[in-house]
Design a protein around this ligand. Structure first.
Ligand code: NAD
Length: 352
């Protein structure tokens, strides 16, 4: 059964690690290293079953291959899960054992932060391996770069839909005023856009609106708020059978990961003639920053590099138009082309 699961998505290697002394149970999935070492975070979760953990790590590592390839980075896709209650698992001894496990992969997998693992955990992992980014001595928070990349991606979408990339007067709804959403809203306001913000933290929303001259909309009616651009920057899964029919926008372009509840929802947006910028293309500024951290480089360089998202996304939108597909399919085709071109073989990388 495990061989079938690994083979289905074309994973190169899946490694199970245990450590009897600490009770560590971890799975590292390396999906594809054609373009470079696999990179992806370590998720610490109390999964219902080992099968659920395997399924998650396979899916997430495959997605990382596409994300890195579509961001023109010299990286492949990988991911790791540590199974168990985060409060029990996040001991120094367990994390050091995990660091030794990552080190045994010899650099084919580079780990980083994810759900329930932060810079504090990476600091401990880094005692036992160099193949880690996101520790506290690395580049500062990538959120500003992510937001700037989303801003540039919005320009590409606006240019395609309205024939000019001037954001003056453009109506944008930003869902989620966290690290990325706040920064994006500020940059949009500076560019002259009319911004409406929405967060479940109503107090923070009102305070931001008052400080910056933005409007607000309640979280439960955010989807039906008429606007040019809806920028989801909160949580995943929010574009689904219930919300898509209620959208009153021309463009969906935001930072939130896994924003489509299911893959078919890209098609549903396409049918409604709403331009959807694939999440992993437009939010790649975060990964660009992580790559800079690993290969060496500054935050300013990452910020500048994130601007390439605009041209890349523009190309994908045009390809989708030419080939009569969704932009999501065009993004996958772009990533596949990069991988196929890198090793000179015509490879078939399965779809995420
Ligand atoms: P964050 O935790 O700082 O902010 C999320 C915000 O969303 C919070 O203010 C929260 O109150 C709000 N929120 C949660 N549920 C909501 C809802 N239903 N409606 C409205 N608001 C809601 O997270 P972040 O770092 O700003 O990231 C935002 C999204 O972008 C996430 O999906 C993340 O995975 C993705 N992303 C972030 C980065 C990065 O560099 N931080 C990079 C790539 C992708």
């Amino acid at each position: 059964m495990v061989f079938d699961a690994i083979g289905d998505a074309g994973h190169e290697q899946v490694s199970y690690f245990t450590d009897p002394e600490t009770g560590l149970r971890a799975i590292v999935a390396i999906h594809d290293t054609t373009l470079g070492p696999s990179l992806g975070g370590t998720r610490i979760l109390d999964y219902d079953s080992e099968e659920a953990a395997l399924e998650d790590v396979l899916r997430l590592s495959q997605a990382m291959t596409y994300k890195a390839a579509a961001a023109d980075l010299p990286l492949g896709g990988g991911k790791a899960v540590i199974l168990g209650d985060p409060d029990e698992v996040r001991t120094e001894a367990t994390l050091e054992a995990y660091g030794r496990a990552v080190d045994r992969l010899g650099g084919r997998y580079i780990t980083s932060v994810d759900i329930n693992s932060s810079a504090a955990e990476m600091d401990v992992v880094a005692r036992r391996t160099d193949h880690v980014v996101g520790a506290s001595d690395g580049l500062e928070n990538p959120s500003g770069v992510t937001a700037h990349g989303v801003f540039c991606g919005i320009r590409a979408c606006v240019d395609h839909v309205y024939g000019e990339d001037d954001l003056e007067g453009l109506e944008v709804v930003v869902q989620g005023l966290g690290k990325v959403g706040r920064s994006l809203a500020e940059e949009l306001l500076e560019a002259g856009a009319a911004v409406t913000v929405s967060d479940v933290d109503r107090e923070a929303t009102e305070a931001f609106a008052a400080e910056h001259g933005a409007d607000t909309v309640a979280p439960d009616v955010v989807y039906e708020q008429p606007c040019d651009v809806f920028a989801p920057c909160a949580i995943g899964g929010i574009l689904n059978d219930e919300t898509i029919p209620t959208l009153e926008c021309e463009i969906v372009a935001g930072a939130a990961n896994n924003v489509l509840a299911e893959r078919r929802h890209a098609e549903a947006l396409h049918e409604r003639e709403i331009l959807y910028a694939p999440d992993y293309v437009i939010n790649a500024g975060g990964l660009v920053t992580v790559a800079k951290d690993h290969f060496g480089g500054s935050y300013e360089e990452a910020y500048a590099e994130a601007e390439a998202i605009e041209g890349r996304l523009r190309g994908m939108i045009e390809r989708a138009d030419d080939e009569g597909t969704t932009v999501l399919e065009a993004a996958e085709a772009y990533a596949k082309d990069r991988i196929a071109g890198a090793d000179g073989e015509s490879r078939s990388v399965p779809r995420p």
